[in-house]
Design a protein around this ligand. Structure first.
Ligand SMILES: Cc1cc2nc3c(=O)[nH]c(=O)nc-3n(C[C@H](O)[C@H](O)[C@H](O)COP(=O)(O)OP(=O)(O)OC[C@H]3O[C@@H](n4cnc5c(N)ncnc54)[C@H](O)[C@@H]3O)c2cc1C
Length: 465
């Protein structure tokens, strides 16, 4: 097995000699649900969009896989709320996909039908400054006159749609704060549109333009303009991941915490705590799909290069909720706009909006911040903002509670413009394959499931080699 007794003790940490010997003994149970050592070709860490896709496709290519997920379910930022009152469902995270063959194939294989996205059943928007709870008089979003200019800019940088394989030097304007980039190219008329799409990216006027252009990408604009965005026909994106969970059976370790990772030259050992007890996954390759912050890698045997690179990342903050409300007319979504802010962008921390879900009496909440906030503070702010709609006399809102409240943090990992200029993403991408470890997930491209699946697909030959 290529593992010395000393290795075993290191891998198993404090579990003791007897446990180490037992766990590493030949013939230990090889099923993820059976205890002891799990021997697989590849261990995938993180069972969200990227990790689930990677694990499915690696199996297709004939590799055995263990999929380690910290939460009690697969899906990550994809989650569906099933309303016990009406029987309806609403996606509270990932909603829409691009019409790409790879996307259709992935949904088809799990028999989850797709349908064209035609909105959430909303009839109109009301533009409210949530700080006062009042409708902003006379506000309507400007006509997106600058959209052709924005598309032309995206076409100038086609590589942004593929990942972070950037030229050297990185074009200086991509590193400008997006607000400056916008003024340079007279894109002001689409500021509100960009802000509304790039939710979770914090202060879009201040973050480097490259992150905005990657998120509100050519793929996104083309899909919107051609009306080709897709949604799951049953309004249940979670179904994909439930079926994937069944497909993996004991190979998906849910509620699992990685305790220790040791990457030897021939074998990798991943020690995890699971609800069924400790497990050691013995594999040849590791695929990391979780946000690659140093805190994620507690217990990993990171080398100095990896540590230096991952230590550069910061991140943004994003929360969602589902509110049960009376008093807002059916079909009306409330968009947060600032009465007195640049381009009327909603001040953060604050609501992006209170959006129709297609389920009676349920509105989706999206909330962002430019810095860390406790979940309890955000929950309290959401409730106060909703109640203010009533006290301001805007809508006779009856607030029956938050059915769901969810923190999606850390969201959108970013580095400073100077780091990008100095080749951060080249060094990040150079990590692919180092220490038999591969990486995918939003930090390696952008927050877009369809594009992440394509990115992962393109990485597969290297993992499978
Ligand atoms: C509210 C919201 C709406 C969105 N809407 C859309 C949309 O409509 N369309 C779209 O394409 N994209 C959307 N996105 C973007 C979405 O984040 C990406 O599409 C995609 O889900 C990112 O995939 P990922 O694999 O990088 O991350 P995730 O899906 O978050 O997966 C990461 C997984 O790793 C797990 N994990 C984290 N740390 C550990 C650890 N230490 N050990 C083990 N497991 C760990 C997490 O629990 C999670 O399951 C939305 C995001 C949010 C938050």
């Amino acid at each position: 097995m290529g593992v010395t007794r000393k290795d075993a003790l290191r891998i198993l940490g404090g579990t003791g000699v007897a446990a180490a010997a037992a766990a590493l003994a030949p013939g230990s149970a090889a099923s993820a649900s059976g205890g002891g050592v799990i021997r697989r070709d590849v261990c995938v860490i993180g069972g969200g969009a990227s990790g689930t896709y990677a694990a499915v496709r690696l199996r297709d290519l004939g590799h055995s896989v263990a999929l380690v997920e910290r939460a009690g379910r697969l899906g990550g930022h994809t989650e569906t709320y099933h309303d016990p009152v009406t029987g309806g469902s609403t996606d509270i995270g990932v909603l829409i996909y691009h019409d790409q063959q790879l996307v259709r194939d992935f949904f088809d294989r799990f028999d989850v039908p797709l349908a064209p996205y035609t909105g959430q059943g909303g009839t109109s928007n009301s533009y409210v400054d949530f700080r006062t709870g009042e409708i902003v008089p006379g506000y309507t979003p400007p006509a997106p006159a600058a959209l052709p200019a924005y598309i032309a800019l995206l076409q100038q940088y086609p590589y942004l749609d593929q990942g972070f394989a950037l030229p050297d030097p990185v074009p200086a304007e991509l590193l400008l704060p997006f607000g400056e980039f916008m003024r340079l190219h007279q894109l002001e008329s689409i500021a509100q549109m960009i802000f509304g799409y790039a939710q979770g990216l914090g202060d879009v006027l201040r973050i480097p333009a490259i992150y905005v252009l990657k998120n509100v990408s050519l793929s996104v604009i083309n899909s919107v303009l051609s009306g080709s965005l897709l949604i799951t026909e049953r309004r249940d994106n979670g179904e994909l991941y439930e079926k994937a969970t069944a497909y993996f059976g004991g190979d998906a370790l849910l509620g699992a915490t990685v305790r220790q990772v040791h990457r030897g030259s021939r074998q990798i050992h991943v020690r995890v705590a699971t609800p069924q007890g400790p497990r050691v996954i013995q594999c040849r390759k590791l695929v990391i799909t979780v946000p690659p912050l140093l805190s994620t890698f507690d217990g990993f045997d990171l080398d100095g290069t990896e540590r230096a690179i991952f230590g550069r990342f910061g991140y943004h903050h994003y929360w969602t909720a589902v509110a049960r409300l009376g008093g807002i007319p059916a079909g009306v979504s409330l968009v947060n706009v600032g009465a007195d802010t640049p381009y009327n962008l909603a001040p953060l921390p604050g609501f992006y909006g209170l959006t129709v879900t297609g389920v009676p009496d349920l509105w989706g909440v999206k909330y962002g911040a430019t810095g860390p906030l406790s979940d309890s503070a955000v929950r309290a702010a959401i409730v106060a903002d909703i109640r203010r709609l009533r006290t301001a006399g805007t809508y006779p809102v009856e607030f029956a509670g938050l059915e769901v409240f969810k923190a999606h943090n850390p969201f959108e990992l970013v580095v400073r413009p100077g780091d990008i200029a100095r080749g951060f993403y080249r060094r990040l991408y150079d990590l692919q394959g180092r220490n038999n470890t591969f990486y995918t997930g939003a930090a390696f491209h952008t927050h877009d499931s369809s594009l992440l699946w394509r990115f992962t697909e393109e990485l597969l030959p290297r993992i499978a080699a």
